[in-house]
Write a protein that binds this ligand. Structure first.
Ligand SMILES: O=C[C@H](O)COP(=O)(O)O
Length: 249
């Protein structure tokens, strides 16, 4: 059976305790969603959000984790600690972490292995910069990121991949449907042979997804959901994306 599609929200460094009211509204509007619904808030909000999500069909995730389980790593959070706080997923290798914190594919693979060990589902992000796309390097960059960022024993139960072209994040620009289809088809092919169940591993598209363009994006082959930034902050916007994913079936 094909896995349920996934609407994932990444709040990035936005939101506070008062923002939890958005979660209440989202859960009330979608008490029994026809897809998996996930919000990854800043770390400080994971525990209270997970507590209010407990009675609802919402899961909560982290935005990063350390590769080690514990120790002298000031300011970092381990996968085990995320799990303890109520997280079920963790986003890893987001382009903002790769750029701001110099995370390499090997770093991402080590973090993903720790996430799997802790029982978290890793959402591993890949994507090309505009310069790489213009240079015709999109597929080779993504091939390298997939090869280097997925630890051994990655499968559809513990891993999700998000394709996020760096130039589409927060810009209002999106690739053409053909460009998304090409990259998602390519990623599916790369997974074949690496995981026993490549066909079931969920591939998300991320980058300026809004209620207005969600239905069109979800109709593209091999798009199993979205990783949403700005439009995940408000219940009404994210709810519109959830509704489009439900309608896509
Ligand atoms: O993780 C989410 C992505 O970076 C997309 O962000 P955006 O929807 O604001 O473009």
């Amino acid at each position: 059976m094909a896995p349920r599609k996934l609407a994932a929200g990444n709040w990035k460094m936005n939101g506070d305790l008062a923002s939890l009211s958005e979660i209440d509204q989202l859960c009330k509007a979608h008490p029994d969603p026809g897809c998996d619904m996930l919000i990854c808030p800043p770390a400080l909000l994971i525990h209270p959000m997970a507590a209010s999500a407990q009675a609802h069909a919402l899961t909560v995730g982290g935005q990063d984790c350390h590769a080690k389980e514990s120790g002298a790593h000031t300011g970092d959070i381990s996968a085990v600690q995320l799990r303890d706080a109520g997280a079920e997923y963790v986003i890893l290798g987001h382009s903002e972490r790769r750029a701001d914190h110099g995370e390499t594919n090997a770093d991402v693979a080590a973090k993903a292995a720790a996430a799997h060990q802790a029982g978290l589902i890793a959402i591993i992000c890949v994507g090309e910069t505009e310069a790489q796309r213009d240079a015709g390097e999109t597929l080779s960059v993504i091939g390298e990121q997939i090869a280097g960022s997925l630890p051994e024993r990655s499968d559809s139960a513990n891993t999700v991949i998000a394709y996020e072209p760096v130039w589409a994040i927060g810009t209002g620009r999106t690739p053409t449907n053909e460009q998304i289809a090409e990259v998602h088809g390519f990623i599916r092919g790369q997974l074949d042979g690496r995981t026993g169940d490549a066909v079931n591993l969920r591939l998300l598209y991320g980058g300026s997804v809004k209620p207005a363009n969600a239905a069109e994006i979800f109709a593209i082959p091999n798009v199993d959901g979205a990783l949403v930034g700005g439009a995940s902050l408000k219940a009404a916007d994210f709810g519109g994306i959830v509704a489009a994913l439900e309608a896509a079936g």
